[in-house]
Design a binder for this molecule. Structure first.
Ligand code: SF4
Ligand code: SF4
Length: 127
């Protein structure tokens, strides 16, 4: 069954990537998401306190979907969590980077739907 709560989705990513641990060092420079994921995980192990919902949303916000990390399923889960946060909370509670990401996705969708000849290069045949 698909999990529809974004905090639980990103929690599942934390569990998977902390168990794997490859991206602790592989993605420690080029990504804002994984260093924070491992900070949260290490903090949880030290204190016994789970990351808050706000921490989980902030973590989600750090992924810009650059696709540099190795696992497409993990990226899909992160972007799924992002879109679910926006669908549930709107853009009022989310931070600047997430708003900009959402706006860029909607802007790209406008071009994908446009069938005018001047937009042919970005139209359905080119996607
Ligand atoms: S993204 Fe893939 S390789 Fe990286 S820590 Fe997560 S499961 Fe491991
Ligand atoms: S897709 Fe997201 S998690 Fe993967 S490297 Fe890029 S910013 Fe990091």
């Amino acid at each position: 069954m698909i999990n529809s709560i974004p905090e639980e989705k990103i929690r599942a990513v934390i569990e998977a990537c902390s168990d794997c641990d490859v991206c602790r060092h592989l993605m420690d420079v080029d990504c804002l998401f994984f260093p924070q994921l491992y900070r949260l995980w290490d903090q949880e192990q030290e204190t016994g306190e789970p990351a808050s919902s706000r921490d989980l949303r902030d973590l989600t916000d750090r992924c810009n979907f650059c696709a540099l990390c190795p696992c497409p399923n993990i990226r899909a889960d992160i972007i799924d969590a992002k879109t679910t946060v926006i669908a549930r909370d709107g853009l009022g509670l989310v931070s600047g980077p997430l708003k900009r990401w959402s706006a860029s996705v909607r802007f790209a969708a406008l071009f994908r739907k446009c069938s005018m000849p001047c937009c042919a290069i970005a139209g359905p045949a080119a996607v």
